[in-house]
Design a protein. Sequence first.
Length: 133
Amino acid sequence: MKILELFKKKLKFDIRVYRTKIDQIDRELADLISGRNMLYERYERTKNESFSDVNTLHYKIEYLKKLEKEILSIDEKIKVLEMKKEAVKLQIKLKNAEKKSVEKYIKNINRDALKKELKKEIQIAETSYNNRR
């Protein structure tokens, strides 16, 4: 019985660890999204600037291409992190299911033990009653 209780505690600990991972992933996502938004703003500002000089226009186009690549790179990282987050959420669901199953099993064991104890007490009461007659 103590083993099952310890297993239940371990499952709770694992769930806490996974929730911590989700919090960490959320922080990373927030950082990436804020960085992406800053790049979008730079892109829009640079795109709206007008230049008449050919060299400056060339640098503007190169800079816009560089910003697009960085934005796409961040988008890929965001997708990967979101997939990791979903995987961790699935692990939490599995651990919660395990925990509930262990709790149910412990409850059934306790119920069965109570039934056996009650049967013994009833048998003792019946035998003592029958002996008094």
